[in-house]
Design a protein around this ligand. Structure first.
Ligand code: SF4
Length: 76
């Protein structure tokens, strides 16, 4: 999976960096960015998901084009 931080939604609270500093950092503008631009390593997926769940504004989102973990239902 790949994630990005929606800069319009992030309030720079730092929760994500506290939970997973390997993946998130507060940039010079005071907002969080995801340091990992490609696939999140398997061992970081759970803390990244925890950070997503803990973000008060829902700013951490799956990167565009990322496929859902649920297979799409086939049209009948
Ligand atoms: S937890 Fe959400 S609002 Fe807080 S710094 Fe991280 S991305 Fe921004």
């Amino acid at each position: 999976m790949k994630v990005i931080v929606n800069q319009d939604a992030c309030i720079g609270c730092g929760a994500c960096t506290s939970i997973c500093e390997e993946a998130f950092e507060i940039a010079d503008n005071g907002l969080s960015t995801c340091k990992i631009t490609g696939e999140i390593p398997t061992d970081l997926e759970q803390p990244v998901k925890d950070a997503m769940d803990s973000c008060p504004t829902g700013a951490i989102v799956l990167a565009e084009g990322e496929e859902s973990e649920e297979p799409l239902a086939e049209a009948a």
